[in-house]
Design a protein around this ligand. Structure first.
Ligand SMILES: [Zn+2]
Ligand SMILES: [Zn+2]
Length: 195
């Protein structure tokens, strides 16, 4: 092999290896995978703490990804969640109050409360980014201190697949017919007692 050909082949191998390394990062669920998914590019994920950011980037939260302050992760198919997410279900995780930190943008949140559509009759207060409209979390008036956050706002997409993967599905009686149950997730007809 001529020296030039050898050099070209080496370069080729290196580019291929680089490409493979990037692909490994996406597939390796033990490492953060933070794709560009919002106006902000400063989301992060550590061993037990990670960020959640709204679509425009004005609001950023930090929350624990393990331990007892992460209460639950669940999908809710109720009619209220379908409407408020403008989608077919809400994917939630609950964080106890002192552990949810507002990194920035708390004053850029707007609150909307109502009790009309809530089965229990309780008031739910929803906190949206004023700029882009992302729903960051909800609070149930009857269960203060339990912030119902949104898995989709979490910057490290590998957490969606691992630590935040829904443990259960509630209001499955309202689930859209073209959706299947999540494998391994507890199926609950109505409201979970633990929500
Ligand atoms: Zn925003
Ligand atoms: Zn719901």
């Amino acid at each position: 092999m001529r020296a030039n050909d050898k050099k070209a082949q080496e370069r080729h191998t290196t580019a291929e290896e680089r490409h493979e390394a990037a692909r490994d990062e996406q597939n390796n669920e033990s490492k953060p995978y933070i794709p560009l998914a919002s106006g902000a590019d400063d989301g992060w994920s550590k061993e037990d703490l990670a960020t959640a950011t709204c679509f425009c980037g004005a609001v950023q939260l930090a929350f624990p990804t393990q331990g007892s302050s992460l209460v639950a992760s669940f999908v809710c198919h109720c009619t209220d969640c379908r409407k408020i997410t403008a989608s077919m279900f809400a994917s939630n995780f609950t964080i106890l109050d002192p552990y949810l930190t507002h990194i920035r943008g708390r004053d850029n949140l707007t609150a909307y409360s109502q009790s009309k559509t809530i089965t229990s009759g309780n008031t739910m207060t929803n906190y949206f980014c004023k700029t882009c409209g992302t729903l960051m979390y909800r609070l149930n008036g009857a269960r203060p201190g339990r912030n119902i956050c949104r898995i989709g706002t979490v910057d490290d997409f590998n957490l969606h697949e691992t630590k935040l993967k829904p443990m259960g599905e509630i209001y499955v009686k309202d689930r859209c017919t073209w959706l299947s149950p999540i494998e391994g997730a507890k199926q609950i007809e109505g409201q979970s007692a633990k929500k």
